[in-house]
Design a protein around this ligand. Sequence first.
Ligand code: NAD
Length: 480
Amino acid sequence: MNDAVNGVYINGAWRAGHEVLEVINPATEACLALVSVGDARDVTQAVDAASQAFIDWSKSTGRDRGALLRRIASGVSARREPLMQLQARNNGKPLFEAAIDVDDVVATFEYYAAVAEAMDATQDVAVALPDEGFSARLRREPCGVVGLIVPWNFPMVTTAWKLAPALAAGCCVVLKPSEVTPLAELQLARIIADAGLPDGVFNLVCGTGLAVGAPLAADRRIAKISFTGSNAVGVQVMQRAAETIKGVSLELGGKSSLLVLADADLELAVELACGGGFFNAGQMCSATSRVLVADSLADEFLQRLQTRAQGIRVADAFAEDVEMGALINRAQYQRVLGHIRRGIEDGARLLCGGERPADLPKGYFIRPTVFTDVPLDSALWNEEIFGPVLCVRRFATEQEAVTLANNSDFGLVASVVSRNLDTAERVANALQVGMVWINAPQVIFPQAAWGGYKQSSIGRELGPWGLAAFQEIKHVIRSN
Ligand code: NAD
């Protein structure tokens, strides 16, 4: 217990929890750290502290909250390198990917700092009524104490997308990081703790989903749960939250398509397929798992894709020229290999990859994998794989491509490659997803909304929608 890092921060104080968990480096399978994690008792105390702090914090000015968010952004910026290193070690992602994560966190806190600073002028706005006997104003208020539950694939980013708008809105927070990747999160929490937030505004309880996440979702004093993770756990969170009619925001899984239209730039299409499929070793809710290619281009596209995928350097996050790192842990590694095996049994044709690289006997590595001729009713085509696996199918018409892309329980994102922007925009409008990239990599800006249709999401993060998720609306009407 003595060697363990304290994984509980409540009311401005760090402390040990009630159990110690090992944190693993997925590239070496070695233990990186021990973290002392909390349970339901800590959740209760964290919610106590947050409820008390909410009395004053909810009355603070947007200007003051903005200044604190700016301090967090510059604290993260100043610790960019160590945060990248921690993220690379704990997640197995190459340093260049870890850098994107840290920069995204900075951009998100800066964006919501500006949003908070602009809020004082717009907290109350007049509402035009059709009856001169009355006048009304609309007031936006923080919704209360909120619980934030995040996954392991982009730990700091998924945290920032919830935490920055929640603090900007004037909410107090209890954050539960993934038990798999708490290290960069703990460092981020130290930066937040040093930024000067009043005690109790930000609380953190590391721990497992059952010991910490479940009681957080059940606590009746929590106004809202914002959850990012799997659909299976999303259902449980919603069920628990339903018992006290809590608001929920859910960011869940995806099965997203890249549509390569007949006039596409093939080189760009191959780059986008590899970026969408193999970034973060494919462990992305927005992963390009379906690639739909126009018949006329398919043979050449597949040839180029295979060459590119086979040339991707898979290695430890710190190795020179590394392009793709390890998967997060043994369970995920075995799950993805299971999907690959089952895909072959179901009749899909394995073009390349599908196994561990020969030069990496240790660590949870899988070579970039490409399947073609994937049966439409197979698990490989329909379920979220969350690993470096692309499934390619050909299409004859634009309508067929759109139908193939839309035929999913998910609706998170899609990408379109075409030289004709009118065509690309028309296809973008026909896709049932929350975000479409045209001839572009999966760039994300805090100003634009994040979230999807169907079973991918409830609500939207980022932009003004991310803030609205943490606000209540009040109308005050008076007789004139
Ligand atoms: P997960 O659902 O297993 O865990 C997510 C979080 O929920 C973790 O902190 C976990 O400890 C906690 N949890 C587990 N059981 C719980 C319970 N019963 N009650 C409350 N909390 C509980 O997901 P994961 O494996 O960490 O992440 C991968 C999933 O996240 C994928 O499905 C991916 O698509 C999704 N994801 C979605 C987005 C998005 O923006 N849509 C972004 C990133 C990840």
